[in-house]
Design a protein around this ligand. Structure first.
Ligand SMILES: Cc1cc2nc3c(=O)[nH]c(=O)nc-3n(C[C@H](O)[C@H](O)[C@H](O)COP(=O)(O)OP(=O)(O)OC[C@H]3O[C@@H](n4cnc5c(N)ncnc54)[C@H](O)[C@@H]3O)c2cc1C
Length: 372
């Protein structure tokens, strides 16, 4: 549940309209590709299927608005190199490809992708070996680069350049314009599988008989969810109004962080509130985020919090993410469990699925993203 995310503020009327299309007249009941779920992954997949020439594409989203789950409330970071010290090499490689595809989408349609640099305040002496693109900084260089940042004791500053960021709701709105026929307020209730094919998709709007189906529903849907350990992990975010500080890098540290936005606002988050399933924004995580920002950027101590919201990361245990064929089918796919990086991975995931659907063979690079 997204409450008062900063991202809707800057949208145009046309972008708001693109996010809530309702049901278009004459919606194709037999599309070549039916995408279930109008989050970042579903929309990017639909766009990629269209670009690959796979025929007619229909997207169904159960909420009245696209990107109404985590895809509309996340931090908007498209920063694969940030994962180079913590995640498997295949994951980082896929993320880099996805960032390159996001750049192509931006060049083509203006998704608003920005280039960012990150200042990581790594605890202790820092990693023994730095991944390509990382630069170790001394405190004097940090002061020159970010004069208002207060370096905590016993951290190693690392600079990572050439990363990306989007307004996730603008990204969704732009993708929706190139995703084929997009319908909101339509929930998928179940499917019929005959032999090895999904033949009918039952929805609140009646039945569809698609050529191929992609489930981009955040988590793995029934009946394929049996045996898959999955959950949603809540995260809080906040934004503060522009103020009298200088900040041009995204700050990340154990005590907190903040991402400067065009216009001067700072977005902080998200927290990991595992076990909190409630939709409400709670004051404690918001206060913790603010305290982290104050610690790193003392000049922001008087900053006004303009937005505080929360949303839920879809997690499939042991996978980040799942991109696979639905077991027992030759025309069904699933992309789920994108956890902390679904926006970053969306463009790469979409293209990989489009290639798989088009060629009938799993493309290289997806081996570690199979269903558990
Ligand atoms: C606090 C926070 C910060 C984050 N920051 C970042 C970040 O900076 N960068 C990044 O890359 N990622 C970030 N993420 C993660 C990212 O938001 C998710 O990984 C991503 O949004 C998942 O996208 P999705 O399309 O798979 O799922 P979702 O956003 O969950 O979308 C799935 C959609 O499917 C629809 N749906 C479900 N079931 C049905 C049905 N039966 N019929 C029709 N529709 C259905 C849902 O309504 C929903 O709209 C963050 C997440 C959180 C919580």
């Amino acid at each position: 549940m997204v409450r008062a995310a900063i991202w809707t503020g800057g949208l145009t009327a046309a972008e708001h309209a693109a996010l809530a299309p309702g049901v278009p007249d004459g919606l194709d009941r037999q599309p070549d590709v039916l995408v279930v779920g109008g989050g970042a992954v579903g929309l990017a997949t639909a766009v990629a299927c269209r670009s690959a020439g796979l025929g007619s594409v229909v997207v169904l989203e159960r909420e009245v608005r696209l990107a109404s789950a985590a895809s509309g409330g996340n931090g908007g970071a498209v920063s694969p190199d940030l994962h180079a010290l913590t995640d498997p090499a295949e994951f980082v490689a896929f993320g880099r490809v996805s960032l390159a595809l996001h750049r192509e989408l931006d060049a083509r349609w203006g998704t608003g992708l920005r280039t960012t640099r990150w200042l990581l305040l790594w605890p202790g002496a820092g990693p023994a070996q730095l991944p390509p693109g990382y630069q170790r900084l001394d405190p004097g260089t940090v002061r020159e680069l970010e004069p208002d940042v207060a370096l905590p004791d016993r951290v190693t500053p690392l600079l990572v350049t050439g990363q990306g960021a989007v307004n996730p709701q603008r990204l969704a709105a732009v993708l929706a314009g190139h995703a084929g026929a997009v319908a909101t307020g339509v929930a998928v209730r179940g499917v019929d599988v005959t032999g090895d094919r999904i033949t009918t998709v039952h929805t609140t709007l009646g039945d569809f008989a698609p050529g191929a189906v992609v489930m981009a529903t955040g988590l793995v849907p029934e009946p394929w969810a049996a045996g898959v350990v999955q959950r949603r992990v809540k995260g809080h975010m906040l934004a503060v109004a522009p103020g009298p500080w200088r900040l041009s890098s995204v700050l990340s540290s154990e005590v907190g962080g903040g991402a400067p936005q065009p216009g001067g606002a700072i977005v902080c988050g998200g927290t990991f509130d595992d076990g909190d399933a409630g939709p409400e924004v709670r004051p404690e995580p918001v206060a913790a985020l603010l305290a982290g920002l104050h610690w790193l950027l003392p000049a922001a101590r008087g900053a006004t919090v303009t937005h505080a919201w929360c949303c839920f990361r879809p997690v499939v245990e042991g996978r980040q993410p799942v991109i696979d064929r639905l077991p027992g089918t030759t025309n069904g796919w699933v992309s789920a469990g994108h956890f902390t990086t679904g926006v970053m991975m969306s463009a790469g995931t979409g293209r990989a699925l489009a290639q798989w659907i088009g060629a009938g063979r799993r493309p290289a690079g997806l081996e570690t993203f199979s269903l558990p």
